[in-house]
Design a protein around this ligand. Structure first.
Ligand SMILES: NC(=O)c1ccc[n+]([C@@H]2O[C@H](COP(=O)([O-])OP(=O)(O)OC[C@H]3O[C@@H](n4cnc5c(N)ncnc54)[C@H](O)[C@@H]3O)[C@@H](O)[C@H]2O)c1
Length: 248
C-alpha cells in the first residue's frame, strides 16, 4: 500500500530514534521525504539508504533561517510540502526545579517548543500553496501529565506548550484544509530512552500496564495515519500512545 503517495514530507530529528522510523515508514508508503537533523553523518547515510525519494539536510530546528533553507530546498526538489513532523526533541537534564540551570531550561524549551513554532511558521505557506496539509507535532505524555517518571520542569513545560500550540494552529488553519495534531508517546525504545534510563530516570517497565517499551515503529504507525488522508476529519487533537501509562 502507498498511503502517502504524492505527499511531500519534512521530518525533523530523522537521523535516529523515532524520526528514523517515521522516515523509513513514510518512504515505504510512497512519500517523498526531507530528513533533517543536527547529526549529519547518520542522517545522510539513512537518506542514501532510502533512495531517490529521500534527501537529508543538516538542520538545527532552533534556527529560523535554516528552516527557510529547508523549505526552499524541499520545494525545489519535490514541490510544495504536505506533511511536517516536528519530531526533534531533547529530554534535558533530570533535575528538580530548584536545581535546574536556567541555560538548560531555555535550551530544552528552545528545541522542544520554539522549534515547533519555527517549523510550522516556515512550512505553512507551502502547505497553503498545496491546498492540503497535515502537521504532526511530537509532544509526550509529559505534555498531558507531569508525574511520568523523569522529573524536569523544562521538558514538561515544553511538551505542554506543544499541545497548546497544536490546537491554536489547528483552529486557525482548519478552513485552509490544513490539519494539526499532537502525538503523546509514553516510553519508547529509542536512544533517548536508553540514555534517560542510564541517567537514573527510573524503572520504566514497572510503570507500564502493557509491561514493555514500545518499538519506534508502533509510533510511526500512528504518525503515518495522522499524516495520511485516512485521518481527514481529525485535527486539533492529542493522540496518546503509551500502553496505558496515564490511564492509571
Ligand atoms: N523516547 C521516548 O520514550 C519519548 C517519549 C515521549 C516523547 N518523545 C519525543 O519524541 C521525539 C523523538 O524522540 P526519540 O526518543 O526518537 O529521541 P532521540 O534522542 O533518539 O532522537 C532525537 C533526534 O533529534 C535530533 N535533534 C535534537 N535536537 C535537534 C535540533 N535542535 N535540531 C535538529 N535535530 C535535533 C537528534 O540529533 C536526534 O537524532 C522527541 O521530541 C521526544 O521528546 C520520546
Amino acid at each position: 500500500m502507498e498511503r502517502l503517495k504524492g505527499k511531500v514530507a519534512i521530518i525533523t530529528g530523522a537521523a535516529r530514534g523515532m524520526g528514523e522510523s517515521h522516515a523509513r515508514t513514510f518512504i515505504a508508503e510512497g512519500a517523498k521525504v526531507i530528513l533533517t537533523d543536527l547529526s549529519d553523518v547518520a542522517g545522510q547515510a539513512l537518506a542514501d539508504e532510502l533512495g531517490e525519494n529521500a534527501i537529508f539536510i543538516k538542520h538545527d530546528t532552533t534556527n529560523p533561517e535554516q528552516w527557510a533553507t529547508v523549505v526552499k530546498t524541499a520545494e525545489q526538489k519535490f514541490g510544495a510540502i504536505n506533511v511536517l513532523v516536528n519530531n526533534a526533541g531533547v529530554l534535558g537534564p533530570i533535575a528538580k526545579t530548584a536545581d535546574l540551570k536556567e541555560e538548560d531550561y531555555l535550551k530544552v524549551c528552545s528545541i522542544n517548543q520554539h522549534a515547533a513554532f519555527y517549523g510550522m511558521k516556515a512550512t505553512l505557506p507551502s502547505m497553503l500553496k498545496a491546498g492540503i496539509g497535515s502537521i504532526v507535532n511530537i509532544s509526550s505524555i509529559a505534555g498531558i501529565v507531569a508525574n511520568y517518571g523523569f522529573p524536569s520542569l523544562a521538558y514538561v513545560a515544553s511538551k505542554f506548550a506543544v499541545r497548546g500550540m497544536t490546537k491554536a494552529t489547528a483552529i486557525e488553519y482548519g478552513p485552509n484544509n490544513i490539519r494539526v495534531n499532537s502525538v503523546h508517546p509514553g516510553f519508547i525504545n529509542t536512544p533517548m530512552m536508553v540514555e534517560a534510563t542510564n541517567e537514573g530516570g527510573g524503572d520504566a517497565l514497572a510503570q507500564i500496564p502493557l509491561g514493555r517499551l514500545a518499538q519506534a515503529k508502533e509510533v510511526s504507525n500512528l504518525v503515518l495515519f495522522l499524516a495520511s488522508d485516512e485521518s481527514s476529519y481529525i485535527t486539533g487533537a492529542e493522540h496518546v500512545i503509551d500502553a496505558g501509562m496515564i490511564a492509571q
